[in-house]
Ligand binder design. Sequence first.
Ligand SMILES: Nc1nc(=O)c2c([nH]1)NC[C@@H]1CN(c3ccc(C(=O)N[C@@H](CCC(=O)O)C(=O)O)cc3)C=[N+]21
Length: 284
Amino acid sequence: MGQIIKGKPVADAITEQLAKDVEELKGKGITPKLTIMRIGENPSDLSYERGALKRYAKVGIDTEVKAYPENISQEEFIEEIKKVNEDNKTHGILIFRPLPKQMDEDIIKHVISPEKDMDCFSPINVAKLMSGDKTGFPPCTPTAVIEILKHYNVDMKGKNAVVIGRSMVVGKPVSMLLLDENATVTICHSRTKNMAEIASKADILVVGVGKAKMVTKDYVGKDAVVIDVGINVDEEGKLCGDVDTEDCLERASLITPVPAGVGSVTTSILGKHVIKACKAQNNL
Ligand SMILES: Nc1nc(=O)c2c([nH]1)NC[C@@H]1CN(c3ccc(C(=O)N[C@@H](CCC(=O)O)C(=O)O)cc3)C=[N+]21
């Protein structure tokens, strides 16, 4: 029988350091600030926003939410991003994704200033992630996955890691970060044949596809570590992951829940990025 590993202890450890860093910056007369740009009222965006606001109120990071109507035009949104880029008080920007249909992410991604881009939207940060340049900002959720594995002493070196999903927010970047930790990485996606069979060979299984409870015990090898990155809303309007946690628990050794798993660590990583950006922008 496996064990459920929560994000909270990991998030708390990171937050403790955050609070110290903020205090130090405030001692120098600097208040780190994050500006969140949200279009519409997607429940998973709102969940992230609530988590972030709560955490940063505790540690003293200023947070401003700029909310825009679902039908805002691309031109208007670009102007808004430019304004925040130029706002001297803002050190970090988070733009919730995916953006609505009228937006072309391949255009917008070039607008956000790479120094303020907290979640690896800018192609500059994507390139830095690919090349292992630590001055960039890898996306928060994939970084949270690695922090959880480290916190619970899961050895990644030489292990078989299988990632399900190839998105730019989860699958691809988390694969790069696992590779950095010397895991042997396999990426599965919608066209993969025999996915359950491949997944069941994993020592570490990371799932981020956005399909509620898609991963059942057939995907899980004995004593595998399962990290559920999915944030879905079920028929009853409750948050649930991509993994059927109950079902997989009998085979897995460790498994993260949703909610209270990866998501809770994501917000603390975002805070860490804001501090890093704030220091860099103040030549500290
Ligand atoms: N550019 C971008 N990057 C993202 O990483 C991103 C995004 N856009 N759009 C939305 C999704 C969703 N997401 C969540 C992160 C944390 C919680 C989180 O903190 N959840 C708390 C619950 C908080 C609450 O609901 O009160 C928990 O799981 O315990 C939820 C959802 C990141 N996403």
